[in-house]
Design a protein around this ligand. Structure first.
Ligand code: HEC
Ligand code: HEC
Ligand code: HEC
Ligand code: HEC
Ligand code: HEC
Length: 494
């Protein structure tokens, strides 16, 4: 073997540059592991480079094909390179590794022909390394972008992500990337997300994911690294007029309105102290709370730390019992998502969903009892969205054919419209395949959310209560009124 090697060396030094790869490949050929790696690299290389360049130039439209490129071929290529090196070091090719020792360098540098060979080896090594670094660099760049894309987050795991992706597309944040809220910037959170991503991928493959997907997301990054990269509550100011359009279940589907003046307030800026609803997120205040269940719906204790008045602890009158019976005890610093837990996955409740379709004229208000009938059919339970679509169509048709034959005959397009609008309201909010029914996901931006703390049950030792006065958070200017006078006064029209 030694003998052989020597011969080889002399051969090479006496011949051309083109023979250098031979020694290199012979070294590889001596180790089965290296050989396997080399085969993988050779087979994958042309496909991978082609696909990545195509993706950079035009974008791969199919998210599963992109998944194959970045999650199978890419790691395969890098794995192949690793095998080559591992093989050289740990297998029969050990003698080749001698090539890289100091003694060897000294030896070779001593005489001219040896120096020549070394130079060629270094040249080849550097050349191959450059190619690999380039390929891996491009791969990492476009692979990173792929894995941060909405298509990857929302479409790759098709069944489990459909509800979140659908609800997201109907929200104010539909142009904000999933990763801006779920990961934010910084290597630490990207790494964290990839680790939990790998776990989730396994759950999808093994079909062990929860239906519905559990909420809240306990490892979600604090809002300072996500929401507050775009929003600045210290710049908020004033109150916001909030008009809620609703339709009653009478024959006329009477249009009523609730008008609220929401005390948006501010987290405090140079001009004003923090006040109103966004007082909670003043950087000078810290509200910490203890929750007794996974969903954070039971809150036995709230700690309020403010710049001027120190710490105040409010305890629920049932705190001891709640803590003793806790199913998942946890402490948490309050931030945006303790109220805005549905900023982008907005599942509407049944009334809101139908009312929105009526105001958008997708369900015609002039069709008698349409709100009542639509609500009746969508609140039944169905095994799938398709089953619901069929039932909505047949039940609404039957109702109008039997009860309003004239309308059914002369204005059938109204019934068709109502069917389409009602089906849309259903499939945007209810996902039987993932066991998501109406209001399965709670929205904390509501009395349910606020009254977890603001319920006159949380008392500090000093006797102070967390306030529940009806005008702490808003002024109710009208409640379910038909043509409310206040709107005429404010807007001049009704
Ligand atoms: C505007 C910020 C924002 C964007 C954009 C966003 N999410 Fe979310 N997401 C959240 C918040 C907040 C929660 C719930 C946090 C909680 O209650 O703990 C959440 C929860 C989830 C959940 C858990 C189930 C649930 O509904 O509570 C999944 C799954 C999810 N998001 C996937 C996605 C996907 C996929 C995208 C992109 C298509 C996306 N998110 C975009 C903020 C966002
Ligand atoms: C990448 C920037 C970005 C991030 C991150 C972001 N938002 Fe937004 N948000 C926006 C923009 C832009 C709008 C306005 C959208 C519009 O009205 O067209 C908006 C609107 C809103 C609104 C009012 C819209 C409504 O539904 O009434 C709320 C509330 C809100 N964001 C809360 C949040 C919360 C909570 C988070 C963190 C979980 C967050 N945002 C993260 C950019 C962002
Ligand atoms: C205590 C609960 C709570 C917290 C905490 C909270 N918000 Fe809000 N936020 C609300 C309520 C309630 C509204 C008004 C909703 C409405 O008009 O119906 C609102 C409104 C908003 C709006 C719309 C403002 C406007 O003028 O229309 C934005 C944007 C927003 N919040 C962002 C944030 C961000 C970002 C954070 C975290 C830094 C945050 N909020 C923390 C409860 C909260
Ligand atoms: C985790 C507990 C908790 C939750 C949930 C919560 N709050 Fe509060 N909130 C407090 C505490 C503590 C105070 C300070 C005591 C007080 O002023 O009553 C406070 C004070 C307020 C104030 C008065 C701020 C000021 O000007 O002094 C408003 C307005 C308010 N909250 C609105 C809301 C709204 C709206 C929601 C729901 C969307 C909500 N809060 C949810 C704990 C909470
Ligand atoms: C801690 C804050 C807070 C307190 C206290 C509070 N509310 Fe509200 N209220 C809210 C929030 C948040 C909403 C939801 C606004 C939205 O839909 O965006 C709301 C909505 C409403 C609505 C409209 C509901 C709908 O969807 O039609 C009415 C009516 C209302 N509140 C009445 C009251 C009355 C009466 C009281 C006193 C018992 C009260 N509120 C106390 C925070 C509060």
């Amino acid at each position: 073997m030694e003998e052989n090697q020597k011969n080889n060396d002399t051969d090479v030094t006496s011949t051309s540059l083109a023979d250098i790869p031979k020694t290199f490949f012979k070294g590889i050929a001596k180790s089965r592991i290296s050989l396997l790696g080399a085969m993988a690299v050779t087979v994958i290389f042309p496909f991978l480079v082609g696909a990545v360049l195509y993706d950079l130039a035009f974008g791969i439209p199919n998210t599963y094909f992109a998944g194959l490129v970045y999650m199978v071929l890419g790691p395969g290529f890098i794995g192949g390179l690793v095998l080559i090196i591992v093989g050289l070091f740990f297998s029969k090719g050990k003698e080749e590794v001698r090539l890289f020792t100091l003694a060897y360098f000294r030896d070779k540098l001593a005489d001219d022909s040896g120096f020549d060979r070394l130079r060629k080896m270094i040249f080849i090594g550097v050349f191959l390394t450059c190619i690999n670094i380039f390929v891996i660099g491009v791969l990492a760049y476009s692979g990173y972008h792929y894995m941060e894309s909405n298509a990857f987050c929302g479409e790759f795991c098709h069944v489990p992500m459909t509800p979140e992706y659908t609800a997201y597309q109907n929200s104010a944040h539909s142009r904000v990337a999933c990763v801006d809220c779920h990961i934010g910037s910084g290597a630490k959170w990207v790494a964290k997300s990839k680790i939990s991503g790998a776990r989730q991928l396994y759950a999808v493959v093994a079909d062990t994911f929860a239906r519905p997907i559990a909420t809240p997301v306990h490892g979600l990054r604090p809002a300072s690294g996500t929401c507050m990269q775009c929003h600045r509550p210290e710049m908020f100011h004033g109150d916001r007029l909030r008009i809620k359009d609703k339709f009653l279940e009478d024959e006329d589907n009477t249009h009523v309105q609730t008008v609220l003046l929401m005390k948006i307030g501010s987290a405090g800026d140079q001009a004003a102290e923090s006040h109103g609803i966004h007082w909670h997120v003043d950087p000078g205040n810290e509200i910490t709370y203890v929750a007794a269940d996974w969903e954070r719906s039971i809150i036995p204790e709230v700690m309020q730390r403010t710049a001027d008045s120190g710490v105040l602890v409010y305890r629920d009158s049932d705190a001891e019992e709640q803590i003793a019976n806790a199913s998942h005890l946890q402490e948490r610093v309050m931030d945006c998502i303790d109220c805005h837990n549905r900023p982008s996955h907005v599942y509407l409740d049944v009334d809101e969903a139908l009312d929105k379709k009526i105001i958008a004229r997708q369900i015609p208000q002039e069709l008698p009892y349409v709100k009542r009938q639509a609500k009746a059919v969508v609140t039944e339970e169905y095994p799938s969205q398709d089953a619901a679509r069929t039932a909505i169509a047949s039940e609404l048709r039957t109702f109008y054919r039997n009860n309003y034959p004239e309308i059914y005959r002369e204005k059938q397009y109204l019934v068709d419209q109502a069917i389409a609008g009602t089906q849309a309201a259903f499939v945007e909010n209810v996902f039987p395949e993932m066991q998501i029914q109406w209001s399965t996901y709670e929205n904390w931006l509501s009395h349910d959310g606020c009254f977890r703390c603001h319920n006159y049950q949380h008392e500090a030792e000093t006797g102070e209560l967390i306030s529940m006065d009806c005008d702490t958070c808003h002024t109710v200017l009208a409640e379910e009124e038909h043509k409310p006078a206040i709107l005429k006064q404010l807007l001049g029209v009704n």
